[in-house]
Design a binder for this molecule. Structure first.
Ligand SMILES: Nc1ncnc2c1ncn2[C@@H]1O[C@H](COP(=O)(O)OP(=O)(O)OP(=O)(O)O)[C@@H](O)[C@H]1O
Ligand SMILES: [Mg+2]
Length: 236
């Protein structure tokens, strides 16, 4: 169930994150970020700066050491974070995290299955899963075992899965990292249209300047902080 409609899909205040094993590394040192409905945000930065870690923290997969996180108007706590994640967040992981022994369609339907939605043929979830797979160019691969797919195809399944439950917030970690130019463009258009047409918030970690330039807002993660980037077209 979606709760109250907040203007922001994500509000992060002064997030800190360090790891302590095998040695102490301080990754996030006070990250603040607001993403409103319909906004696309690009996060860029050098390898190892902490972009994936930041997405994991924003996506409630890793708790911050310090700071406050609000998703779709609700403050995230240890008690509600898995429910908030399930109901509000779609994640495209850098390393896909697909279930290789399941079919493409089963993978895409998994978030709906976990949310106990009806996923039978003819259901809303089933229709949306098929639509998403067609939009990422995999309409001919529905019944393929996922392990038979190429790296770029797996990445596209991972994106279709992230969008299947119609989440308020989509977090995508290098979603076009393994794709050729035409498939990258298709993925970029899909992400931007989900934000603008369906009024969702989208955060994309990318090294692709072309994709970053399509986003409404751009940041560099550097030294554990998000620094706004001047943009060529529109300023927000
Ligand atoms: N669980 C962990 N324990 C200890 N260190 C970690 C852990 N996870 C990540 N790190 C370290 O945190 C740093 C940031 O990692 P992260 O994966 O967030 O970088 P990134 O910016 O996404 O890099 P890339 O562009 O290569 O994907 C790295 O130096 C990494 O070794
Ligand atoms: Mg990464």
């Amino acid at each position: 169930m979606k709760e109250q409609e907040s203007k922001y899909v994500l509000e992060a205040e002064e997030l800190h994150k360090s790891f302590y094993q095998p040695a102490e590394v301080s990754i996030l040192r006070g990250v603040s970020l607001k993403v409103h409905r319909g906004e696309t945000v690009a996060i860029m930065g050098a390898s190892g700066e902490g972009k994936s870690t930041l997405l994991h923290v924003l996506g409630t997969l890793e708790p911050p050491c310090k700071g406050k996180l609000t998703i779709a108007g609700q403050h995230v706590t240890a008690f509600n974070r898995s429910v908030l994640r399930r109901n509000n967040i779609g994640f495209v992981f850098q390393s896909f995290h697909l279930m290789e022994d399941y079919t493409v369609l089963d993978n895409v339907l998994m978030p709906a299955r976990i949310a106990r939605a009806n996923i039978r043929k003819g259901s809303v979830s089933y229709a949306r899963a098929i639509d998403m797979l067609e939009r990422v160019g995999l309409g001919e691969r529905l019944d393929f075992n996922t392990k038979l797919l190429s790296g770029g195809e797996k990445q596209r399944v991972s994106l279709a899965r992230a969008l299947c439950n119609d989440p308020d917030l989509i977090l995508a970690d290098e979603p076009s990292g393994n794709l050729d130019h035409s498939n990258s463009q298709r993925i970029h258009e899909l992400l931007i249209s989900v934000a603008h047409d369906e009024n969702r918030g989208v955060i994309i970690v990318t090294h692709d300047q072309e994709l970053a330039d399509l986003c409404d807002t751009r940041y560099q993660l550097r030294g554990g902080l998000l620094q706004p980037e001047a943009c060529s077209a529109t300023q927000h």
